[in-house]
Structures are given as structure tokens and as C-alpha cells.
Design a protein around this ligand. Sequence first.
Ligand code: SF4
Ligand code: FES
Length: 260
Amino acid sequence: MNLTLHVWRQKNRSAEGEFVTYREEARGISTDMSFLEMLDVVNERLIKSGKEPIAFDHDCREGICGQCGVVINGSPHGPRRATTSCQLHMRSFQDGAELTIEPWRAAAFPVVKDLVVDRGAFDRIIASGGFISVRTGNAPEANGLPVPKQDSDLAMDAAACIGCGACVAACPNASAMLFVAAKAEHLNLLPQGAPEKDNRVLAMVDQADAEGFGNCTNHGECEAVCPKEISMGFIARLNGDYRRASLKRPRAAAPAGGAG
Ligand code: SF4
Ligand code: FES
């Protein structure tokens, strides 16, 4: 297949970026290639002609690590539901297609180069959530701490979040609440995560605010683009936990409006 690519090129964080169009470099692409393999081929051709390759993030290429992620024709991770950029195949596009490829757009995710953004804000949110109270050592007896099946299933659903940031890129408020909710609630739902629940929720929401992410106003774009189909129901759970924690531990500078 032959494509026309409009790719965001930006030398560094402070440089002004622009779209650059590639046609010759995107000819003869196999429909069996993944989207990132297509970018690999384009990059090999750019390097052969002495041009700077396109910088993009990736690691596992199996939908696990959350490193990849580009906006394709306005949609984070492209047109297929529940699919990361690395698992998207070129057969999802028509021969002759024109593709606009951009980095995540959010003030809290500054562009490092081309399609690579700095998602350190997510790491700081997770770090702010702290630890859980478990003893290390031998595995405990399996029935020593019963967990209701419904809770363990929900916790597993939340734990599927790979921290890619597509939810932020899709949200008109650049809210990180789907990510924060998934990361807080997969611990909050389990007895092992219960002792630090209040502190975790307050700290993670505060950190998300401090990083410059916006509030959630229930657009639902996050859930629609999430490659792991994290439900917005977790945001509702987070809001409930946040309110309960705020009431128990009123703080001098508690932000108005809850978790978002
Ligand atoms: S909630 Fe979904 S879209 Fe957001 S970071 Fe996690 S996996 Fe990515
Ligand atoms: S490269 Fe790891 S999820 Fe895409």
C-alpha cells in the first residue's frame, strides 16, 4: 500500500514544530506491518537519504508497556478500539490513505522530540500514591485473606492500565482522571491496599492537579480511546473515595470540587 504521511516534527522541547509530508518514504508498505513497523520502514528510508529519522516511543510492541502512543488522524492510538499504536496493523487503513501523525497534546506532557512526549508526570503521580502494607517474605496461605470475587475482578480490570496517556490526549480538559482512578482503585479495592487508601487518593489527586492535568467533566473520550478499556466507573469510585478521605481528614487547602 502507498500512503501519504503528515508527521509532526519538532527538534526539541523549545523548538517550534511543524507537519512534514512524506510520500516516497511511505510507498510499498505491507498491510501485515504494524503501525510502528511502518514507521521503522519510513525511518530506514529517511536515514538512507541522509535525513533525520522520526523519533517515536516504543518498547514491548505487545500492548503491555504503555510506551508507544501517537495520535493518528485525530485519534489517540488510531482508529481501532482497545488497540495500542504498536498493535495496530496497516490493514486497518486503505491503500492511498492520508495519515496525520501527532504526539499526545497536553501541557503536562511536553514534547521531547517529534512524536515523543515526557510522561514523567504519570510517574510522579504513582510515586505520590506511596506503598501498600504487605509483609515481604513467604507467600501467605491463600485463604488467609479472603477477597470477594467481584472486588478481585474489578481490581484486575483497573490494574490493566498500562499508563500510556491516551486518556489524557483524548480529553478536551487533558484530564488524567482515568489513569489516576485506575492506579488508585486497583489498590483501594483490595484489603492489602486499604490501610493507606485515604492518603493515597488525596496525594495522587493533588499531584495530578499540581502537574497541570485538567478536571474530569464526564466527556467520556478517555474510556473510548483507552487501549485497555478502563471504565469511567473507576473515576466515580475515585471521586467517592476522595470525598470520604477529605471529610475524614479536612485539610487547610483542600481543593474545591473533589477529584475532578
Ligand atoms: S487509563 Fe487507559 S488510556 Fe489512560 S493511561 Fe491507562 S491504559 Fe492508557
Ligand atoms: S510499545 Fe509497549 S504498549 Fe506499545
